[in-house]
Design a protein around this ligand. Structure first.
Ligand code: KIV
Ligand code: ZN
Length: 521
């Protein structure tokens, strides 16, 4: 008899972060992990500890602080990776999990690993056995599982389960699967491995969205015996992304009739908040028409629909927007609001801020409050974002003056403070437009040469005086994109702040941190 409880394994901080330009710093990861705990996910895959000192530190900090979910660290099937994951998750104690992976498909065996089936089996068992010396809770993933010969996949599952794997994940690594076929594969494995039937080990699924089928494949697998689903908030992840958590969870909840009562313990009211936080922290904007969390997900344009909704909501709405957290906004703050009110609202929004952070955010709040009538929760979140994305700052923006017009040469004068030297430097630049002029001046002042690869601007809240939030992705050489974010009521200032944030991130990474050392899957 299959148990109906579905475990939600969130990999926003690992596979999600593998999305180019989405890398996050420790504080951002911690904020997301806290939110995932409020969302009540079952497992947080907090990172890939061996790939950098930063990843190791983030997994360890999350394992130390976050209570509730299981905290998982990823490892290739090699001792160095497994040991690093074991060390990083140690503070989570019995709630720690090591996730070991090794490719099993013919194409990966022959071209990537140059290893025969026997050797793969041996390495997989050795990897699980080593991981078991750190923790009881061990997951094994045969990478490219969906393209692995089913008979060999059964052999792998039996071998790793015998070695102690408590979860076996069947990844659709390249998004190749289609629902009927993937569901049948999961059923085949379930029927072939007695421990999956007894619940001694469970099948997990991990689908990528290359054909836009990640959620459909995941749901098909759950109907055929999988009891853990790996997903990310907003579906962010490698290439086209991973299965979107909010879509899986709401499909199960809304169509319980079809999914025979499969249930996950998620607190769905936290979904929209989680989506916004991840979007802010990762710099990946959610498209307006995205299911569940897009701005338009519950907006009804046509008169016929609006009329129907007014008569009976269910005529055109299959979910109540409030069940996923829409419509929970509080009264906006104004420039008259005091520090205690701002601190209380930050707490209510779920941010964990120390005194120094609150003081810095309050100072920015006052600046903004002078320029706009109302400061909304989204405005405040943008300020928090500015504060916590601050890497050890080499440079800060002191002053910016821009002249531009349809007949003028766009010119920007920028004054920066170099924090270590405690001195101010100033320069002026011309450019194709005022933003370009400002960024050129910043490049000269900081001796960096960034190539702007992506630029997006969005209004954080409503009204003509809305705060503009700029996200930039900059290539400082070497092809690695660095994300920067900045907000202001003035879009040129927001652009300069975002660019400077990217410069600071780049300088901090090249001075202090070890670069990613391994190829990630
Ligand atoms: O897509 C994949 O195969 C992965 C594994 C590490 C599970 O992310
Ligand atoms: Zn993946």
């Amino acid at each position: 008899m299959k148990n109906n409880r579905i475990l939600i394994f969130d990999t926003t901080l690992r596979d999600g972060e593998q999305c180019p330009g989405a890398s996050m710093n420790l504080r951002e990861k911690l904020e997301i992990a806290r939110q995932l705990a409020r969302l009540r996910v079952d497992v947080i895959e907090a990172g890939f500890p061996v790939i950098s000192d930063g990843d190791f530190a983030a997994v360890r900090a999350i394992a130390r602080e976050i209570k509730g979910p299981v905290i998982c660290g990823l490892a290739r099937c090699v001792p160095r990776d497994i040991d690093a994951a074991g060390q990083a998750i140690k503070p989570a104690g019995k709630r720690g999990r090591i996730h070991v992976f090794l490719a099993t498909s013919k194409i990966h065996r022959e071209y990537k690993l140059n290893k025969a089936r026997d050797e793969i089996l041996r390495l997989a068992v050795e990897g699980v056995t080593r991981a078991k010396s750190f923790v009881e809770n061990v997951e094994f993933s045969p990478e490219d599982g969906s393209r692995t010969e089913p008979d060999f996949l059964v052999q792998v599952c039996r071998a790793v389960v015998a070695a102690g794997a408590t979860t076996v994940n069947i990844p659709d690594t390249v998004g190749w699967a289609v629902p009927d076929q993937y569901g049948a594969l999961i059923q085949h494995l379930y029927d072939a491995v007695p421990e999956f039937q007894s619940g001694q080990s469970i099948i997990s699924v991990h689908c990528h969205d290359d054909l836009g089928l990640a959620v459909a494949n995941s749901l098909a697998a759950l109907r055929h015996g999988a009891r853990q689903v790996e997903c990310t908030v907003n579906g962010i992840g490698e290439r086209a992304g991973n299965a979107a958590m909010e879509e899986i969870v709401m499909a199960l909840k809304t169509r319980g009739d079809f999914f025979s009562g499969l249930d996950c313990g998620l607190n769905t009211r936290e979904i929209v908040k989680s989506s916004r936080l991840v979007s802010r922290m990762s710099g990946l904007v959610v498209q307006r028409s995205k299911a569940i969390v897009g701005e338009n997900a519950f907006a009804h344009g046509s008169g016929i629909h609006q009329d129907g909704i007014l008569k009976k909501r269910e005529t055109y709405e299959i979910m109540d927007p409030q069940t996923v957290g829409w419509g929970q906004t509080e009264l906006p703050l104004t420039k008259h609001s005091g520090r205690a009110a701002v601190a209380a609202r930050l707490k209510h929004l779920g941010f964990k801020m120390g005194e120094t952070d609150v003081a810095a955010i309050f100072a920015r709040f006052k600046e903004i409050g002078d320029k706009k009538k109302f400061v909304y929760d989204d405005d405040l979140s943008a300020l928090v974002e500015g504060q916590i994305t601050e890497v050890p700052e080499a440079w800060s923006l002191d002053y910016i003056l821009v002249t531009s017009g349809n007949r003028a040469v766009p010119t920007a004068t920028v004054r920066l403070q170099e924090l270590a030297a405690k001195k101010f430097v100033q320069d002026a630049g011309i450019g194709d437009g005022p933003v370009d002029a400002a960024l050129k001046a910043i490049d000269r002042l900081t001796s960096t040469h960034g190539k702007l690869m992506d630029y997006s601007l969005r209004a954080v809240s409503q009204g003509k005086d809305a705060l503009g939030e700029v996200t930039v992705k900059v290539d400082f050489g070497g092809g690695n994109l660095v994300t920067g974010k900045g907000a202001s009521t003035d879009v040129i200032e927001a652009s300069a702040r975002a660019y400077l944030n990217a410069v600071n991130r780049f300088l901090s990474a090249s001075n202090g941190q070890t670069a990613k050392a391994a190829e990630v899957p």
